[in-house]
Design a protein around this ligand. Structure first.
Ligand code: BGC
Length: 750
């Protein structure tokens, strides 16, 4: 099944953590790392983890010197009750892939059917041979459900086996390290407040110490053979021991169903949990296996990208799109964490990654999921208002740089809270959503409020200088190696776009008189304020250097010395792990696309010549230490007709996790880069943009690719887009005819 499966055929002890991430299963709610049923703790480097998106513990942040307005408390996604363990004992010998002889090993993540399957042919030290195949599903259609189907076939013996299945509430997170991208919190967060067995169902309740959240985990088993069950219960764990007689060549089917319900979504999570478990038992595993296929079939129908001629790319791209589906919170409480639900990197936090890098994919292919993501932002608007007040703004809202529950939890404000562009990024995604869906009601009910409130803060941090130009001082742009600067080009451009679109939102809002009145009263906004935004937009200061003919990243950028790249040893990258932030701030060195990203999002603000100059200038000083960088360089290389460069940057991005290019996939996937790979095809190679409310295309197919094919939704139409060596073909699948522009030529698609 080429390209629909990710397969590893050798067991790689050294990279076990990497594979735990790559083969993790998730559904937007629940995430399970592929830590295997044998318990390798103490034997291999492992992060044995199960997580719920948005389920976290808080802890006061301990500062040496705490100043006013610093984030008060941390939020960390939690490793919850472990149900992965299933141990197999054959007449006194323990099955483990770490001992005996492995005659065959295959691990497969199936992207079409949504499972992970491990097949092993194993010979024990005493010569007993077994075929073991284990299939795991984290259900997309019953999001609380995780199934392990553990099949055992004795190949050369009959005798007694014992299967021990464990539910273990004694869990912890990985401890602090010197890599800020992992976790900073303490390890043990959860108490076990309930541990019981009811009609062979094991139930454990974990409770946090501070955030007042709890999760119920329940487990039940099915065995297709007569067996004797012995249950051992301790205060925080339950062992289910099944003893059975097996016959040579007769398959034993052992199934473990686990259901997780948290107190965020379920008011009465104990009762709800058991209700769900009962329903699951009634339906049986096949029901969920089938439903998984149907669900994924629907997903791929609208979301697949076919790349003909480059299998590596195809594999990378499909893997990425699948992971985005696995990561996206499908209810209003959650968003997409920078690492999805695949590990503890970045503590399960949501960043601007969603709004700028991931939302385009969902907006063009699955507007329902996109809407949920936007609703998460809307639902946390009140917290953003409080944060704005705390930061000294009399009105408006300031969204947090990193968060789970909507409160800021970045403890390093220069590369955190100072990134005020988060406000413009969120507003940008609301505007894009409107342009793509024409959903006026959504703009009236939610978008307009977000736009006005975010614009207020952007207006408040700027002012009209002596020349009457609107300047924004002391902010950090996307590039985290250059902090707290005046007039970051990206921030100013995005603020300008936000100011401009408050007018659009105002006009749309006016069409609904009742809502117009309601919102005006609620946030006390009037036409005068919108006019002020307009004035700031008209007079926005955008740094430009006449000599170099480039846009400096900010006012001071070009006065800094260029980083000594020649004498920086390879092992010193990423620089953030080897140099004090102040050292980095003193040089022209960029962690990621900043001005180049501004050009991608707001190309109409400058000329193509200047974009080219900027590309050449910033390319030389960008380390791409952030995984959010190469996709943007790829898109802009396509725009500048730099075919090979576009492809090279793209392949680096599209297989970032599969090939572990940043050497940290073991801590979790990089969801922004994954969204970036969709953008690299659609906005890069196919050159799609929304300009003046219309779709424009400016394609450039890399030499190694024969054909690209995908679908998008735009303004109530479904379009299929096919780019091959000869031409770009656009087909209307549903909806009314529409005008599009291919290389600036108007074409009507009927
Ligand atoms: C990047 C940020 C990003 C964060 C989470 C950092 O390395 O610099 O832009 O939001 O990672 O992905």
């Amino acid at each position: 099944m080429l390209n629909w499966s990710i397969v590893k055929e050798n067991f790689d002890k050294e990279n076990f953590m990497l594979n735990e991430t790559l083969f993790h299963l998730a559904n937007g709610y629940l995430g399970v790392r592929d830590s295997f049923e044998e318990d390798f703790r103490g034997k291999l480097k492992t992060v044995r983890g199960i997580y719920i998106n948005g389920f976290y513990e808080t802890e006061d942040i301990q500062y040496g010197e705490k100043l006013y307005g610093y984030a008060e408390y941390s939020q960390s996604i939690l490793n919850i009750t472990d149900v992965q363990t299933i141990l197999l004992n054959i007449d006194g010998e323990e099955f483990s892939i770490l001992q005996g002889k492995i005659k065959k090993f295959k691990n497969e993540l199936n992207l079409k059917e949504g499972y992970v399957k491990r097949e092993i042919l194993w010979k024990s030290n005493s010569g007993k041979e077994l075929k073991i195949d284990i299939k795991r599903i984290v259900s997309f259609t019953r999001e609380e459900l995780f199934i392990i189907q553990y099949n055992i076939t004795p190949l050369n013996f009959s005798g007694e086996i014992e299967i021990t299945s464990l539910i273990d509430g004694n869990v912890s997170n990985i401890t602090a390290s010197d890599d800020p991208r992992i976790g900073t919190a303490n390890a043990k967060h959860l108490d076990v407040v309930k541990c019981e067995v009811k009609e062979n169902i094991g139930i454990i309740e974990n409770k946090t110490k501070h955030s007042n959240m709890s999760v119920i985990t329940s487990c039940i088993h099915e065995v297709n053979k007569k067996n004797q069950l012995n249950i051992e219960k301790e205060h925080d764990k339950i062992n289910f021991k099944f003893s059975l007689e097996v016959k040579e060549n007769e398959k034993v089917e052992f199934v473990k169903y686990s259901v997780f319900t948290d107190s965020l979504r379920y008011e009465n999570n104990y009762t709800e949990n058991l209700k769900i478990l009962n329903e699951v038992i009634k339906n049986g595993k096949e029901f969920y296996i089938e439903a998984q296929k149907v669900y994924l079939n629907e997903f791929w129908k609208t979301s697949d990208i076919i790349i003909d001629g480059d299998e590596k790319l195809q594999e990378g791209l499909r893997y990425n799109l699948y992971q985005l589906l696995q990561s996206v919170g499908k209810d209003m409480y959650t968003n997409i964490a920078a690492k999805g639900i695949s590990g503890e990197g970045y503590e399960g936090h949501y960043f601007w990654d969603t709004d700028i890098y991931i939302l385009p994919f969902f907006m063009f292919t699955n507007s329902f999921l996109a809407k949920n993501l936007l609703m998460y932002r809307y639902n946390t608007l009140e917290k953003a208002r409080n944060r704005a007040k705390m930061m000294g703004h009399k009105k408006g809202a300031l969204y947090p740089w990193r968060t789970i529950n909507g409160d800021e939890c970045s403890a390093f404000f220069p590369a955190g809270t100072a990134q005020y562009h988060i406000n413009t990024d969120i507003a940008y995604s609301f505007i894009q959503y409107y342009l793509i869906t024409e959903d006026k009601e959504f703009m009236q009910n939610y978008g307009a409020e977000v736009l006005f409130e975010t614009a207020r803060v952007m207006f408040d941090i700027g002012h009209f200088n002596r020349e009457g130009k609107f300047v924004i001082n002391d902010v950090t742009g996307p590039d985290e190696y250059t902090c707290i600067v005046n007039n970051n080009y990206y921030t100013n451009i995005m603020a300008k776009y936000l100011f401009e679109n408050t007018k659009l939102a105002w006009e749309i809002l006016k069409e609904n008189k009742e809502q117009f009145k309601k919102l005006k009263n609620k946030i006390e906004i009037n036409e005068e304020e919108i006019k002020e935004f307009e004035r700031a937009k008209e007079n926005m200061y955008l740094p430009f250097d006449e000599k170099l003919h480039i846009h400096p990243q900010d006012d001071s950028f070009l006065n800094k010395k260029v980083w000594d790249f020649k004498n920086t040893p390879k092992e010193n990258y990423p620089l953030l792990l080897h140099y004090h932030p102040l050292t980095l701030y003193r040089y022209q060195v960029c962690k990621q696309a900043d001005t180049i990203l501004a050009h991608f999002l707001r190309e109409e603000e400058t000329t193509l010549d200047i974009i080219k100059n900027d590309f050449e200038y910033y390319e030389k000083i960008t380390t791409h230490d952030s995984s959010l960088s190469t996709c943007i360089f790829s898109i802009m290389a396509s725009r500048l007709r730099l075919k090979e460069k576009a492809y090279d940057y793209f392949i680096n991005n599209a297989r970032l996790d599969l090939d572990d290019l940043h050497h940290n996939t073991k801590n979790g996937i990089h969801t922004a880069a994954m969204g970036g790979s969709w953008m690299g095809v659609v906005f890069g190679f196919v050159g799609m943009r929304i300009k003046n409310n219309n779709l424009h295309f400016n394609p450039l197919l890399p030499d190694n690719i024969n054909k690209i094919k995908f679908k998008i939704n735009f303004k109530h139409r479904e379009l299929e887009i096919i780019l091959n060596k000869e031409k770009l073909d656009i087909k209307l699948i549903s909806g009314d005819k529409i005008d599009v522009y291919i290389d600036n030529n108007k074409t009507t698609i009927e």
